[in-house]
Design a protein around this ligand. Structure first.
Ligand SMILES: [Zn+2]
Length: 108
């Protein structure tokens, strides 16, 4: 089967190491392009990846949030589940910095 992304490579059966939010979920079967290395998984594998993420407690941690204003600064609302996962607590110090075009907040 031809790769639908680059349209040059051939898809071959292989395994992919899947991570979500930097947490390793395991190896899963996938079709991998011989040219561009793009990988494709079927719905059954997608379900297994979802189950693995749920087991690790990270499923659904990625969420949309609104940026609001407090004084001259901007404020980001951190959902409860995300705060608990990262052990962020009210009144505690955190370190905030950019990572290319992303914002990183780490417990200090
Ligand atoms: Zn390809």
């Amino acid at each position: 089967m031809k790769c639908p992304i680059c349209e040059n490579g051939i898809l071959k059966k292989g395994t992919i190491k899947e991570t979500m939010f930097g947490v390793y979920l395991g190896e899963f079967p996938a079709e991998i392009c011989s040219k561009c290395n793009e990988s494709f998984t079927n719905s059954e594998t997608m379900q297994k990846i979802e189950d693995a993420a749920k087991k690790k407690g990270i499923w659904g941690l990625g969420k949309k949030t609104k940026i609001t204003q407090t004084g001259n600064s901007l404020a980001v609302r951190i959902p409860k589940e995300l705060a608990e996962f990262l052990h962020l607590e009210k009144g505690k110090d955190a370190y905030i910095h950019p990572d290319k075009d992303k914002l990183v907040i780490e417990p200090a």
